[in-house]
Design a protein around this ligand. Structure first.
Ligand code: DGL
Length: 257
């Protein structure tokens, strides 16, 4: 047993879509969340830059006493998870686009993956396609500009709608019936994606699976917190936006309920 906290980070507020699943599955765990918003988006940055940021954030969370880390960011996982696992001796859970479940779920044989440019061009994503994408057609689409809007708390503006319509069009035209939300920011615009894609399209995100994987790793290492009252969640953000705290509170308040 360990009542030490779990450290979670993302390039910004996207990882809150993972944190809410962790909170709901493991309410007794103390959680630390870092939004590296002043460096977002990661999606168009070099792998070297993202690795350096991941090490800085991991050092910070470990200095706060973290017993495990969750990289709640597909882009940072692709760039940095191997480096982090080599460098630190604690459970580190990452995330990747859900190509495997999508390939199982599709009936048309076509799946769409909406993710950042960084994730889509990574070696990890190529390996994922090699392992699970061979018997289906995989249509990929980078979501340029979406993270910036979501970081400003814009979840349903005309700009977001226009971007999403443009990005979903090629996936829908290719007959994708299953779309992977391959960036942790995108679940926050899920209602709009559902509206544009229609009821026949299944959307898959990995937040819940990551929370279950975290639980499993903590169990294996005998690191779960003692059951008691729900524990605290502590947030840090280095956002330069004046209303960053409001946006974080709004998103966490609305989506963790
Ligand atoms: N939320 C992140 C992801 O899952 C990164 C988005 C970004 O900063 O570009 O990929």
């Amino acid at each position: 047993m360990s009542n030490a906290p779990i450290g979670v980070f993302d390039s910004g507020i996207g990882g809150l879509s993972v944190l809410r699943h962790i909170r709901s599955l493991l309410p007794h765990e103390a959680l630390l969340y870092v939004a590296d918003s002043s460096h977002a988006p990661y999606g168009n940055k070099s792998q070297h830059f993202i690795r350096e940021r991941a090490i800085t954030l991991a050092d910070f969370l470990i200095a706060q006493g973290a017993k495990a880390l969750v990289v709640a960011c597909n882009t940072a996982t692709a760039a940095a998870i191997e480096t982090l696992r080599k460098q630190y001796d604690l459970p580190i859970i990452g995330m990747e686009p859900a190509v495997k479940p999508a390939a199982t779920a599709t009936k048309t044989g076509v799946i769409g993956v909406l993710a950042t440019a960084g994730t889509l061009k990574s070696a990890q994503f190529a390996a994922l396609l090699e392992s699970y994408g061979k018997n289906v057609t995989v249509v990929t689409q980078a979501g340029h500009g979406l993270v910036e809007c979501i970081e400003r708390g814009e979840l349903a503006t005309d700009q977001v709608r226009n971007l999403l319509e443009g990005y979903l069009k090629p996936l829908l035209e290719a007959q994708a019936d299953t779309i992977v939300l391959g960036c942790t920011h995108y679940p926050f615009v899920r209602p709009l994606i559902e509206e544009i894609a229609g009821r026949d399209v299944t959307l898959i995100d990995t937040g819940q699976a990551v929370a279950r994987q975290l639980q499993k790793r903590l169990e294996e290492k005998n690191l779960l917190a003692e059951a008691g009252k729900p524990s605290d969640v502590t947030f840090w953000s280095n956002s330069q936006n004046a209303d960053a705290e409001e946006v974080l509170k709004l998103i966490w308040g609305e989506w963790s309920a």
